[in-house]
Design a protein around this ligand. Structure first.
Ligand SMILES: [Zn+2]
Length: 117
């Protein structure tokens, strides 16, 4: 088993379109003494792609605004549940966004979709 093939795609929209997700494990909002999200609320989930069987670590974060809330999603390629939990242990919500070594998919309010780099 390995990461979802969406992460090899050139277009972020094609990648988003490819990913059909089912939850494997919900890690919640906090583990290993730190938060597993940015801003005010959120969680991390290990998902598998129903199209290719690959793994994806998803970090969801919520910003509680004065009027509207904003929702951020980060989709990280991982090869295994072990690698996903290792990332949970190593990085808090902000750190994974800046220190994850490979390209990952980012969404904002589920309508702005782009690669991290
Ligand atoms: Zn896939």
């Amino acid at each position: 088993m390995s990461k979802c093939i969406a992460f090899d795609m050139k277009s972020a929209f094609d990648a988003w379109d490819h990913m059909k997700l089912e939850t494997v494990e919900n890690y919640g909002g906090r583990a290993y003494g730190h938060y597993l999200h940015t801003w005010d609320d959120g969680e991390r989930i290990l998902a598998r792609c129903k199209n290719c069987g690959g793994y994806i670590l998803i970090q969801s974060s919520e910003f509680h605004g004065m009027e509207d809330d904003d929702y951020y999603g980060d989709y990280f390629p991982v090869d295994s549940p072990e690698e996903a939990d290792e990332l949970n242990r190593k990085y808090d919500g902000w750190e994974i966004e800046t220190e994850f070594p490979d390209r990952y998919l980012m969404t904002q309010n589920l309508c702005v979709i782009y690669w991290s780099k």
